[in-house]
Ligand binder design. Structure first.
Ligand SMILES: [Zn+2]
Length: 263
């Protein structure tokens, strides 16, 4: 049960001598401000452009979800038994991604970005070292889902040719190797795949980050160490993006009342 506002005693309005006005302490809600308890929800981790051998775990909450596609629709994170006032959003990911988050509990599934639009992760979450504040906090109702459509922007899956004892990987089909550079600090100009993990036939290797090495074209890349498996002219590869999304704020135990008590 909600604690009522001590200024208006839950009525939502008060008489300050100039007639009746909406209560300034509770914005006319009649409910006392609830400082709440610090709480963090996390969506994920989930992996896009995952190797075919990856097995999803706990898919109900998309914790451990994995797909060979670059897109997951309707990933979710359930709010527990108290309303949750979201004040910060954060993300950690291998590569940047695009996202369309929504409040599935709002009836219409209200989106936090325009419909049919996916927003670049850094524009929604900041750079993850600095949480992105929501100047207008949003309250998710209890037992409802925060959902999101998420699309990887930098990984790929496909087939390549490799030779035992050689660090060279040659593209055959599927997603081309990513020759883009990472943006922003700390290392602008570095290849976005430099030092990244590439799964070849179910085994993880590291792409070289040495100067002039790494991804040398859309069809050729160099590993940090020699390929140690069996020579194969058409083997599956995957450069994956593993993503975790966090919502930080407060659990509210002082739940909203349906109507203030009669005066
Ligand atoms: Zn009040």
């Amino acid at each position: 049960m909600a604690q009522m506002c001590s200024t208006c005693r839950g009525k939502g309005y008060a008489n300050f001598g100039n007639g009746t006005e909406s209560c300034p302490m509770c914005d006319g809600t009649g409910v006392a401000w609830d400082p709440g308890r610090e709480f963090t929800y996390e969506m994920g981790p989930f992996t896009l452009n995952a190797p075919a051998v990856a097995v999803a775990t706990n898919t109900q909450n998309y914790s451990g979800a994995a797909t060979t596609s670059n897109l997951l629709q309707g990933v979710s994170c359930q709010i527990a038994n108290y309303p949750f006032r979201c004040m910060f959003v954060m993300s950690r990911s291998t590569f940047p991604f695009a996202i369309q988050p929504s409040d599935a509990g709002s009836g219409s599934g209200r989106y936090f970005v325009p419909q049919q639009t996916m927003v670049h992760s850094e524009n929604f979450f900041g750079d993850s070292r600095h949480p992105m504040p929501w100047p207008t906090p949003y309250i998710f109702q209890r037992n409802q889902n925060i959902t999101a459509n998420v699309q990887d922007l930098a990984g790929a899956t496909g087939f390549a040719s490799v030779t035992n004892g050689s660090p060279n990987v040659t593209w055959i089909s599927g997603g081309l190797f990513n020759v883009a550079t990472a943006f922003g600090p700390p290392f602008p100009g570095a290849g976005i795949w430099a030092g990244a993990t590439i799964n070849i036939g179910g085994v993880n290797y590291v792409i070289s980050s040495a100067l002039g090495s790494g991804v040398t074209s859309q069809t050729t890349l160099v590993l940090a160490a020699n390929y140690a498996g069996t020579t194969n002219a058409n083997i599956a590869y995957a450069v994956s993006n593993t993503i975790r999304i966090a919502f930080k704020g407060q659990e509210l135990s002082n739940q909203a009342v349906s109507a203030p008590p009669a005066s």
